[in-house]
Write a protein that binds this ligand. Structure first.
Ligand code: SF4
Ligand code: SF4
Length: 375
Protein backbone atom coordinates (compact mmCIF):
# COMPACT_ATOMS: atom_id res chain seq x y z
CA UNK A 1 0.00 0.00 0.00
CA UNK A 2 1.46 3.38 -1.01
CA UNK A 3 1.18 6.22 1.50
CA UNK A 4 1.06 10.01 0.99
CA UNK A 5 -0.82 12.03 -1.61
CA UNK A 6 -0.36 13.00 -5.24
CA UNK A 7 -1.54 16.10 -7.06
CA UNK A 8 -3.90 15.07 -9.83
CA UNK A 9 -5.15 17.10 -12.71
CA UNK A 10 -8.18 16.70 -14.91
CA UNK A 11 -8.83 19.50 -17.34
CA UNK A 12 -9.28 22.63 -15.28
CA UNK A 13 -9.42 20.86 -11.92
CA UNK A 14 -6.63 19.62 -9.71
CA UNK A 15 -6.68 18.14 -6.25
CA UNK A 16 -4.72 15.95 -3.82
CA UNK A 17 -5.66 12.29 -3.55
CA UNK A 18 -4.15 9.46 -1.47
CA UNK A 19 -1.61 7.47 -3.44
CA UNK A 20 -3.35 4.34 -2.29
CA UNK A 21 -6.38 5.33 -4.36
CA UNK A 22 -4.44 5.51 -7.60
CA UNK A 23 -4.07 2.77 -10.13
CA UNK A 24 -0.70 1.00 -10.04
CA UNK A 25 2.09 2.81 -11.87
CA UNK A 26 1.82 2.43 -15.62
CA UNK A 27 -1.91 1.68 -15.59
CA UNK A 28 -4.33 4.44 -16.53
CA UNK A 29 -7.01 5.45 -14.07
CA UNK A 30 -10.24 7.04 -15.19
CA UNK A 31 -12.35 9.73 -13.63
CA UNK A 32 -16.05 10.27 -14.27
CA UNK A 33 -16.72 13.68 -15.88
CA UNK A 34 -19.73 15.43 -17.37
CA UNK A 35 -22.11 13.65 -19.77
CA UNK A 36 -21.33 10.22 -18.35
CA UNK A 37 -17.88 10.16 -19.94
CA UNK A 38 -14.69 9.22 -18.22
CA UNK A 39 -11.30 10.79 -18.78
CA UNK A 40 -7.82 9.64 -17.86
CA UNK A 41 -6.35 11.36 -14.84
CA UNK A 42 -2.68 12.11 -14.81
CA UNK A 43 -0.25 13.11 -12.11
CA UNK A 44 1.28 16.52 -12.70
CA UNK A 45 4.79 16.45 -14.09
CA UNK A 46 6.79 17.51 -11.06
CA UNK A 47 10.01 17.78 -13.08
CA UNK A 48 8.73 20.53 -15.36
CA UNK A 49 9.96 24.06 -14.51
CA UNK A 50 7.14 25.97 -12.79
CA UNK A 51 6.67 29.38 -11.40
CA UNK A 52 6.42 29.23 -7.61
CA UNK A 53 2.76 29.65 -6.84
CA UNK A 54 0.23 29.40 -4.08
CA UNK A 55 -1.35 26.57 -6.09
CA UNK A 56 1.89 24.61 -6.00
CA UNK A 57 2.08 24.98 -2.25
CA UNK A 58 5.09 27.31 -2.36
CA UNK A 59 4.97 29.96 0.31
CA UNK A 60 5.43 33.49 -0.98
CA UNK A 61 8.71 34.93 0.24
CA UNK A 62 9.20 38.57 1.01
CA UNK A 63 12.80 38.47 2.23
CA UNK A 64 16.10 36.92 1.27
CA UNK A 65 15.43 36.28 -2.40
CA UNK A 66 18.67 34.71 -3.47
CA UNK A 67 20.42 35.17 -6.77
CA UNK A 68 20.01 31.47 -7.49
CA UNK A 69 16.27 31.70 -6.86
CA UNK A 70 15.99 34.71 -9.11
CA UNK A 71 17.79 33.03 -11.96
CA UNK A 72 15.60 29.97 -11.64
CA UNK A 73 12.54 32.18 -11.60
CA UNK A 74 13.71 34.29 -14.53
CA UNK A 75 13.98 31.24 -16.73
CA UNK A 76 10.52 30.08 -15.75
CA UNK A 77 8.94 33.51 -15.95
CA UNK A 78 10.33 34.59 -19.26
CA UNK A 79 10.28 31.31 -21.05
CA UNK A 80 7.85 28.86 -19.60
CA UNK A 81 7.68 26.94 -22.82
CA UNK A 82 10.26 28.05 -25.29
CA UNK A 83 13.60 27.71 -23.52
CA UNK A 84 15.22 25.02 -21.45
CA UNK A 85 17.25 25.14 -18.28
CA UNK A 86 20.36 24.91 -20.44
CA UNK A 87 19.80 28.63 -20.91
CA UNK A 88 20.41 29.32 -17.22
CA UNK A 89 24.20 29.85 -17.15
CA UNK A 90 24.02 32.25 -20.11
CA UNK A 91 21.26 34.22 -18.45
CA UNK A 92 23.27 34.56 -15.26
CA UNK A 93 26.35 35.76 -17.11
CA UNK A 94 24.34 38.17 -19.19
CA UNK A 95 22.59 39.62 -16.15
CA UNK A 96 25.91 40.40 -14.54
CA UNK A 97 27.05 42.20 -17.66
CA UNK A 98 23.96 44.15 -18.52
CA UNK A 99 21.61 45.12 -15.76
CA UNK A 100 23.51 48.06 -14.28
CA UNK A 101 23.55 50.04 -17.50
CA UNK A 102 19.92 50.98 -17.90
CA UNK A 103 17.76 53.25 -15.77
CA UNK A 104 13.99 53.10 -16.13
CA UNK A 105 11.62 56.03 -16.26
CA UNK A 106 8.00 54.92 -15.76
CA UNK A 107 5.29 57.47 -16.46
CA UNK A 108 1.57 57.04 -15.99
CA UNK A 109 -0.76 58.78 -18.39
CA UNK A 110 -4.48 58.07 -18.92
CA UNK A 111 -4.58 54.91 -16.86
CA UNK A 112 -6.26 53.35 -13.84
CA UNK A 113 -2.84 52.36 -12.40
CA UNK A 114 -3.93 48.73 -12.69
CA UNK A 115 -0.79 47.80 -14.62
CA UNK A 116 1.40 49.29 -11.90
CA UNK A 117 -0.58 47.36 -9.30
CA UNK A 118 -0.33 44.15 -11.31
CA UNK A 119 3.42 44.44 -11.78
CA UNK A 120 4.05 45.55 -8.21
CA UNK A 121 2.10 42.55 -6.97
CA UNK A 122 4.54 40.13 -8.47
CA UNK A 123 5.54 37.69 -5.76
CA UNK A 124 8.47 35.84 -7.25
CA UNK A 125 10.50 37.93 -7.41
CA UNK A 126 8.99 40.85 -5.54
CA UNK A 127 9.07 44.16 -7.36
CA UNK A 128 11.56 45.35 -4.76
CA UNK A 129 13.91 42.56 -5.71
CA UNK A 130 13.52 43.30 -9.38
CA UNK A 131 14.00 47.04 -9.50
CA UNK A 132 15.88 48.10 -6.40
CA UNK A 133 18.69 46.05 -5.06
CA UNK A 134 18.65 42.39 -4.36
CA UNK A 135 18.82 40.73 -7.73
CA UNK A 136 22.58 40.79 -8.11
CA UNK A 137 24.89 42.57 -5.69
CA UNK A 138 26.21 45.68 -7.38
CA UNK A 139 24.02 45.24 -10.41
CA UNK A 140 20.75 47.04 -10.32
CA UNK A 141 17.93 48.13 -12.49
CA UNK A 142 17.33 51.76 -11.54
CA UNK A 143 13.70 52.78 -11.47
CA UNK A 144 14.48 56.47 -11.41
CA UNK A 145 10.97 57.74 -11.86
CA UNK A 146 7.56 56.28 -11.04
CA UNK A 147 4.97 58.79 -9.92
CA UNK A 148 3.21 56.30 -7.63
CA UNK A 149 6.20 54.56 -6.10
CA UNK A 150 8.77 57.32 -5.75
CA UNK A 151 9.19 59.23 -2.52
CA UNK A 152 10.13 62.46 -4.29
CA UNK A 153 7.44 64.94 -5.31
CA UNK A 154 7.13 68.24 -7.14
CA UNK A 155 10.14 69.74 -8.89
CA UNK A 156 12.51 67.15 -7.46
CA UNK A 157 10.61 64.35 -9.16
CA UNK A 158 10.27 66.05 -12.54
CA UNK A 159 13.94 67.06 -12.45
CA UNK A 160 14.82 63.42 -11.81
CA UNK A 161 13.05 62.31 -14.96
CA UNK A 162 14.66 65.06 -17.04
CA UNK A 163 18.14 64.41 -15.62
CA UNK A 164 17.85 60.67 -16.14
CA UNK A 165 17.14 61.23 -19.81
CA UNK A 166 19.88 63.85 -20.18
CA UNK A 167 22.60 61.75 -18.54
CA UNK A 168 21.68 58.45 -20.16
CA UNK A 169 20.98 59.19 -23.78
CA UNK A 170 20.28 56.02 -25.69
CA UNK A 171 20.55 53.92 -22.54
CA UNK A 172 17.39 54.37 -20.54
CA UNK A 173 14.11 52.58 -21.00
CA UNK A 174 11.06 54.80 -21.09
CA UNK A 175 7.95 53.03 -19.83
CA UNK A 176 4.54 54.45 -20.49
CA UNK A 177 1.48 53.17 -18.66
CA UNK A 178 -1.85 54.40 -19.98
CA UNK A 179 -2.91 56.12 -23.16
CA UNK A 180 -1.69 59.59 -24.10
CA UNK A 181 -4.40 62.30 -24.34
CA UNK A 182 -3.76 64.30 -27.50
CA UNK A 183 -6.73 66.64 -27.92
CA UNK A 184 -6.16 70.32 -27.19
CA UNK A 185 -2.42 69.78 -27.14
CA UNK A 186 -2.74 67.05 -24.53
CA UNK A 187 -4.04 69.20 -21.68
CA UNK A 188 -6.31 66.42 -20.38
CA UNK A 189 -3.37 64.43 -19.07
CA UNK A 190 -0.59 66.17 -17.13
CA UNK A 191 2.26 65.07 -14.93
CA UNK A 192 4.12 67.61 -12.81
CA UNK A 193 4.70 71.28 -13.45
CA UNK A 194 7.32 73.54 -14.95
CA UNK A 195 7.39 77.29 -14.27
CA UNK A 196 3.95 76.98 -12.73
CA UNK A 197 2.44 75.30 -15.78
CA UNK A 198 1.39 71.67 -16.03
CA UNK A 199 3.50 69.39 -18.22
CA UNK A 200 1.29 67.30 -20.45
CA UNK A 201 1.97 63.63 -21.00
CA UNK A 202 2.15 64.45 -24.68
CA UNK A 203 5.01 66.82 -23.89
CA UNK A 204 6.76 64.21 -21.74
CA UNK A 205 6.63 61.77 -24.64
CA UNK A 206 7.94 64.46 -26.97
CA UNK A 207 10.88 65.08 -24.59
CA UNK A 208 11.77 61.63 -23.28
CA UNK A 209 10.97 59.21 -26.07
CA UNK A 210 13.53 60.41 -28.68
CA UNK A 211 16.63 59.58 -26.60
CA UNK A 212 15.38 56.39 -24.99
CA UNK A 213 16.84 53.00 -25.86
CA UNK A 214 13.26 51.81 -26.22
CA UNK A 215 9.77 52.81 -25.28
CA UNK A 216 7.81 50.12 -23.49
CA UNK A 217 4.06 50.54 -23.67
CA UNK A 218 2.83 48.74 -20.57
CA UNK A 219 -0.79 47.64 -20.70
CA UNK A 220 -3.38 47.84 -23.46
CA UNK A 221 -4.12 51.55 -22.91
CA UNK A 222 -0.47 52.46 -23.50
CA UNK A 223 -0.15 50.02 -26.37
CA UNK A 224 -3.33 50.72 -28.32
CA UNK A 225 -5.47 53.24 -26.43
CA UNK A 226 -7.51 50.62 -24.58
CA UNK A 227 -10.21 51.69 -22.14
CA UNK A 228 -8.95 55.28 -22.07
CA UNK A 229 -9.55 55.55 -25.82
CA UNK A 230 -12.98 53.87 -25.78
CA UNK A 231 -15.86 55.72 -27.41
CA UNK A 232 -16.50 58.62 -27.24
CA UNK A 233 -12.84 59.19 -26.28
CA UNK A 234 -13.28 62.85 -25.27
CA UNK A 235 -9.56 63.37 -24.59
CA UNK A 236 -8.30 62.02 -27.91
CA UNK A 237 -6.40 59.31 -26.05
CA UNK A 238 -4.03 57.21 -28.19
CA UNK A 239 -1.53 54.45 -27.75
CA UNK A 240 2.04 55.64 -27.36
CA UNK A 241 3.19 54.01 -30.61
CA UNK A 242 0.62 55.98 -32.57
CA UNK A 243 1.66 59.17 -30.78
CA UNK A 244 5.31 58.57 -31.65
CA UNK A 245 4.38 58.19 -35.30
CA UNK A 246 2.49 61.49 -35.18
CA UNK A 247 5.50 63.19 -33.59
CA UNK A 248 7.92 61.56 -36.09
CA UNK A 249 9.89 59.91 -33.29
CA UNK A 250 11.56 56.72 -34.46
CA UNK A 251 12.49 55.15 -31.09
CA UNK A 252 11.49 51.47 -31.10
CA UNK A 253 8.27 50.71 -29.25
CA UNK A 254 7.56 47.37 -27.63
CA UNK A 255 3.95 46.78 -26.69
CA UNK A 256 3.22 44.70 -23.60
CA UNK A 257 -0.57 44.80 -23.58
CA UNK A 258 -3.07 43.34 -21.14
CA UNK A 259 -5.72 44.87 -18.97
CA UNK A 260 -3.75 44.71 -16.81
CA UNK A 261 -0.32 43.70 -18.04
CA UNK A 262 0.87 40.42 -16.54
CA UNK A 263 3.94 40.91 -14.30
CA UNK A 264 5.82 38.14 -16.12
CA UNK A 265 5.20 39.79 -19.48
CA UNK A 266 6.59 43.05 -18.14
CA UNK A 267 9.59 41.70 -16.25
CA UNK A 268 10.43 39.23 -19.00
CA UNK A 269 10.39 41.92 -21.68
CA UNK A 270 12.44 44.37 -19.62
CA UNK A 271 14.96 41.62 -18.90
CA UNK A 272 15.12 40.76 -22.59
CA UNK A 273 15.87 44.36 -23.54
CA UNK A 274 18.46 44.85 -20.81
CA UNK A 275 20.21 41.55 -21.36
CA UNK A 276 20.21 41.25 -25.13
CA UNK A 277 19.12 44.59 -26.48
CA UNK A 278 16.06 45.22 -28.56
CA UNK A 279 14.11 42.26 -29.86
CA UNK A 280 14.60 41.44 -33.52
CA UNK A 281 11.62 42.29 -35.72
CA UNK A 282 10.79 38.61 -36.09
CA UNK A 283 10.42 38.36 -32.30
CA UNK A 284 7.50 40.82 -32.36
CA UNK A 285 4.14 40.31 -33.98
CA UNK A 286 2.38 42.76 -36.29
CA UNK A 287 1.07 44.67 -33.27
CA UNK A 288 4.49 45.10 -31.69
CA UNK A 289 4.01 42.41 -29.02
CA UNK A 290 6.69 39.86 -28.05
CA UNK A 291 5.70 36.58 -29.68
CA UNK A 292 7.14 34.81 -26.66
CA UNK A 293 4.05 35.80 -24.70
CA UNK A 294 1.58 36.73 -27.45
CA UNK A 295 2.43 34.20 -30.14
CA UNK A 296 -0.57 31.90 -29.74
CA UNK A 297 -4.24 32.43 -29.11
CA UNK A 298 -5.87 31.81 -25.77
CA UNK A 299 -8.16 29.40 -27.63
CA UNK A 300 -5.14 27.45 -28.89
CA UNK A 301 -4.24 26.29 -25.38
CA UNK A 302 -7.63 26.52 -23.70
CA UNK A 303 -8.77 23.95 -21.18
CA UNK A 304 -12.22 23.98 -22.78
CA UNK A 305 -11.14 22.80 -26.22
CA UNK A 306 -12.58 19.34 -25.61
CA UNK A 307 -15.94 20.90 -24.87
CA UNK A 308 -15.72 22.95 -28.06
CA UNK A 309 -14.79 19.93 -30.15
CA UNK A 310 -17.75 18.02 -28.74
CA UNK A 311 -20.13 20.93 -29.24
CA UNK A 312 -20.76 21.47 -25.52
CA UNK A 313 -21.33 25.20 -24.94
CA UNK A 314 -22.21 27.00 -21.72
CA UNK A 315 -25.36 29.09 -22.09
CA UNK A 316 -24.96 30.92 -18.80
CA UNK A 317 -22.22 31.61 -16.28
CA UNK A 318 -21.31 28.62 -14.14
CA UNK A 319 -22.45 26.02 -16.66
CA UNK A 320 -19.82 23.57 -17.88
CA UNK A 321 -18.81 23.95 -21.50
CA UNK A 322 -16.93 26.14 -23.94
CA UNK A 323 -17.67 29.81 -23.21
CA UNK A 324 -17.95 30.91 -26.85
CA UNK A 325 -21.70 31.52 -26.71
CA UNK A 326 -21.40 33.77 -23.68
CA UNK A 327 -18.82 36.00 -25.26
CA UNK A 328 -15.42 34.31 -25.17
CA UNK A 329 -12.94 36.13 -27.41
CA UNK A 330 -10.24 33.48 -26.95
CA UNK A 331 -10.23 32.40 -30.62
CA UNK A 332 -8.80 35.75 -31.76
CA UNK A 333 -6.93 36.84 -28.62
CA UNK A 334 -3.20 36.28 -28.48
CA UNK A 335 -1.81 35.68 -24.96
CA UNK A 336 -0.38 32.81 -22.95
CA UNK A 337 -2.83 33.08 -20.03
CA UNK A 338 -3.82 29.37 -20.11
CA UNK A 339 -0.19 28.42 -19.69
CA UNK A 340 1.09 31.17 -17.40
CA UNK A 341 -2.08 31.96 -15.47
CA UNK A 342 -2.48 34.89 -13.09
CA UNK A 343 -1.83 35.74 -9.46
CA UNK A 344 1.39 33.74 -9.48
CA UNK A 345 -0.14 30.79 -11.27
CA UNK A 346 -3.31 30.50 -9.20
CA UNK A 347 -5.95 30.82 -11.90
CA UNK A 348 -6.97 32.56 -15.12
CA UNK A 349 -10.16 33.90 -16.68
CA UNK A 350 -11.61 30.87 -18.48
CA UNK A 351 -10.58 28.55 -15.67
CA UNK A 352 -12.67 30.76 -13.39
CA UNK A 353 -15.57 30.37 -15.87
CA UNK A 354 -15.21 33.93 -17.13
CA UNK A 355 -15.00 34.38 -20.91
CA UNK A 356 -11.75 35.79 -22.25
CA UNK A 357 -12.53 39.41 -23.10
CA UNK A 358 -9.60 39.79 -25.45
CA UNK A 359 -7.86 42.30 -23.21
CA UNK A 360 -4.52 42.03 -25.02
CA UNK A 361 -5.87 42.93 -28.44
CA UNK A 362 -5.73 46.32 -30.20
CA UNK A 363 -9.52 46.48 -30.52
CA UNK A 364 -10.21 46.10 -26.80
CA UNK A 365 -12.72 47.10 -25.48
CA UNK A 366 -14.84 48.69 -28.22
CA UNK A 367 -14.30 46.05 -30.89
CA UNK A 368 -15.09 43.30 -28.39
CA UNK A 369 -18.31 44.74 -27.03
CA UNK A 370 -20.74 43.56 -25.85
CA UNK A 371 -18.22 41.61 -23.84
CA UNK A 372 -20.61 38.81 -22.87
CA UNK A 373 -22.11 38.12 -26.26
CA UNK A 374 -20.77 36.03 -29.09
CA UNK A 375 -19.24 37.99 -31.94
S1 SF4 B 1 -13.93 29.75 -27.25
FE1 SF4 B 1 -13.04 30.39 -25.27
S2 SF4 B 1 -13.75 28.86 -23.74
FE2 SF4 B 1 -14.11 28.00 -25.80
S3 SF4 B 1 -12.28 26.77 -26.18
FE3 SF4 B 1 -11.92 28.80 -27.12
S4 SF4 B 1 -10.86 30.00 -25.56
FE4 SF4 B 1 -11.76 28.20 -24.52
S1 SF4 C 1 -7.71 35.24 -20.69
FE1 SF4 C 1 -8.22 36.89 -22.14
S2 SF4 C 1 -9.27 38.49 -20.90
FE2 SF4 C 1 -8.22 37.06 -19.47
S3 SF4 C 1 -6.23 38.08 -19.07
FE3 SF4 C 1 -5.93 36.60 -20.75
S4 SF4 C 1 -6.20 37.81 -22.64
FE4 SF4 C 1 -7.06 39.01 -20.96
Amino acid sequence: MRSGTSRLRNGQHSWDVPLSALAPAGEPANLPVANGRTEPIVAEDQSAPRLPSAASGARPQTHGFSRREFLRWAVAATAVTEFTLAFLPRLGAALQEAVKEYPLVWMQAAACSGCSVSVINTIHPSIKNVILDQILPGHQIFLNYHSTLMAAAGKLSTDTAIETARKNKGKYVYLVEGAVPTLDNGIYGTLGEEDGKPITMLEWVRRLAPDALAVLAVGTCAAYGGVAAAKPNPTGAKGVGEVLKTLHISTPVINIPGCPCHPDWFIGTVSRVLLYGLPKPKELDEFGRPKLYFGKTVHNRCINRDYLDEGVFASHFGEAGCLLEIGCKGPFTYADCPLRQWNSGVNWCVNANAPCMGCTEPGFPDAHSPLYQRR
